[in-house]
Ligand binder design. Structure first.
Ligand code: XUL
Length: 520
């Protein structure tokens, strides 16, 4: 048996998955929900409630407690932990953990009779960790942009962004200089969790490391000018950046109490998006993934380093080598839901009414469906804008027109804002709305390539387990993807719709440019 364990430390839960790479089976899955299973940390949704909507923090001790809890749960459920021969993991990106000089010695002396959270209580120089949902660093982003212009975007793959770790560290240093001074090491969620497993400070991989605004993606090194400007002596407080297939260390003796074998390799953890790229079987350029969730995301492997000229998309390290792009469309299912409600339709009607009553490209009717602030394109003052026939623009489109308009316009936006990444041979689609045959058809026709569905429910955790298996030398990414991420359904493009959609995409591009390029 060749069993590998992948963890997924996300915003709301810690999940674990064991895969068997001899026969392509998922042997066991388990999870701990932070709100439900660890109520004492007061994080019903995975973070502390705050009256300021820009602030989102989580006490990192919660994540340590969750690691003990999920392993105890798996042991009780009879998971074959004793047969696991390699481990890796996935962390929500950008969240940062601030530790003092007692962290390393405490990890080295972990007592298996006591829980992790009890033993690590005194190791934090900052009691709470800002997570990716925190948007309170606009001032620090502006300071970084002013100091370095486009250089941060050009070298690290993203401009300074509120949720990214660099601006968060600068804010902490400015607000709490003494606590900053007492900080020996700053981890990401991924490298913090990995450190617990190996009983020592773990490195940060290129996938998650790109979420700090400091990593030179071409050289794999932290950029000293950026770290020094951000906070004094910061470079000394950052773990080294390494490729994603590197072993961070060996599993600490502490975890023998759960039946795991100490000494097995722990592969460096990565961020949830780089892990999902692997867990969705999209590790090679040519395949993009569209994930239709609360927000929609579109990501793909890219071979040569390049950045989004519009500054909306991000570049991270691809755990399989090279780079990956990621664009986030904030008004995802939220916008679909709003239109469905406006039209008073059920989900089934929403999906059926479109093909029956309207032609592809909707006779030119389309919309910019920004109900909340949007990241791609950048829209700070949300508004829904219409383009097309007079009644449609006056908000009097039929339910069929409105429904087709929201579905098609979102796909036009995917198309326009992914062009910088190159051309795709196929698109893999996941998330709730991927069950809609109409959305599958629209994506296939607009992109003129096959759209594949696949049966993966926790792509980040699966990606982590696959990375552990690949790095431990048993099988290639191609073989492992074949085993765990095979397509279950394919929608082919209709060539006859190519022309009408090409024209519609150009109209959409122009409409969006007219409305939003001047906004910042
Ligand atoms: C990516 C990002 C989110 C988090 C979610 O830049 O902020 O996708 O990784 O966990």
């Amino acid at each position: 048996m060749s069993l590998f364990l992948g963890f997924d430390s996300s915003t709301q839960s810690l999940k674990a998955i064991i895969i068997d790479t001899d026969n392509g089976q998922i042997i066991h899955t388990s999870d701990v929900n932070f709100g439900k299973d660890l109520p004492g940390y007061n994080c019903p949704n995975g973070f502390l409630e705050n009256s300021d909507p820009l602030i989102a923090h989580t006490p990192p001790l919660l994540w340590a407690a969750a690691l003990d809890l999920v392993l105890a749960k798996m042991q009780n459920e009879g998971a074959p932990l004793d047969k696991v021969c390699g481990i890796s993991g996935s962390g929500q990106q950008h969240g940062s953990v601030y530790l003092n000089s007692s962290f390393q010695p405490s990890l080295a002396e972990l007592n298996s009779d006591l829980p992790l959270a009890q033993q690590l209580k005194g190791c934090f120089s900052r009691a709470t960790s800002p997570i990716w949902m925190d948007r309170s660093t606009a001032v620090e982003c502006a300071e970084l942009s002013e100091a370095f212009g486009d250089e941060i975007h050009d070298r690290t793959g993203s401009p300074p962004i509120e949720r990214f770790t660099g601006p968060q560290i600068r804010k902490f240093y400015k607000e709490s200089p003494e606590e900053y001074r007492d900080t020996s090491v700053i981890h990401l969620v991924s490298s913090f969790m990995c450190s617990l497993l190996i009983g020592s400070n773990a490195p940060i991989d290129y996938g998650d490391g790109a979420g700090l605004n400091f990593l030179d993606l071409k050289t794999g090194q932290w950029i000293p000018e950026f770290t020094e400007f951000t906070a004094p002596a910061l470079l000394k407080k950052l773990p080294p950046a390494v490729p994603s297939n590197k072993a961070a260390g060996q599993l600490a003796d502490y975890f023998e109490k759960y039946g795991l074998s100490s000494g097995i390799p722990v592969i460096v953890w990565s961020g949830d998006n780089p892990n999902s790229l692997i867990g969705c079987g999209a590790f090679e350029p040519g395949t993009a993934v569209i994930s239709l969730g609360t927000s929609d995301t579109m990501f793909a492997a890219i071979k040569d380093y390049k950045t989004d000229p519009d500054g909306c998309g991000h570049v991270f390290g691809n755990p399989a080598g090279g780079f990956m792009s990621l664009s986030c469309f904030t008004n995802g299912s939220l916008a679909r839901e709003r239109v469905k409600e406006q039209c008073n339709l059920s989900w089934d009607e929403f999906d059926c009414i479109v093909p029956q009553k309207t032609p592809p490209a909707n006779n030119g009717n389309m919309m910019l469906p920004y109900f909340v602030p949007e990241s791609t394109p950048l829209v700070l003052n949300p508004e829904v804008k219409y383009h097309g026939s007079e009644p449609f623009c006056a908000g009097q489109g039929t339910a069929a027109e409105m429904t087709r308009a929201i579905m098609e316009s979102q796909v036009y936006s995917f198309k326009v804002h992914s062009e910088w990444q190159g051309k795709f041979d196929k698109i893999r689609i996941t998330g709730g709305a991927s069950n809609s045959p109409t959305i599958n058809t629209i994506i296939a026709d607009v992109f003129q390539c096959p759209v594949e569905k696949f049966a993966v429910s926790n792509s980040a955790g699966l990606g982590a387990a696959i990375r552990a298996a690949q790095a431990c030398g048993t099988k290639s990414f191609a073989e492992l993807s074949q085993m765990f991420t095979a397509a279950t359904q394919v929608t082919l493009p209709n060539k006859a719709n190519d022309k009408v959609y090409q024209k519609a995409v150009e109209t959409f591009r122009q409409f969006e440019t007219e409305q939003y390029t001047s906004q910042s």
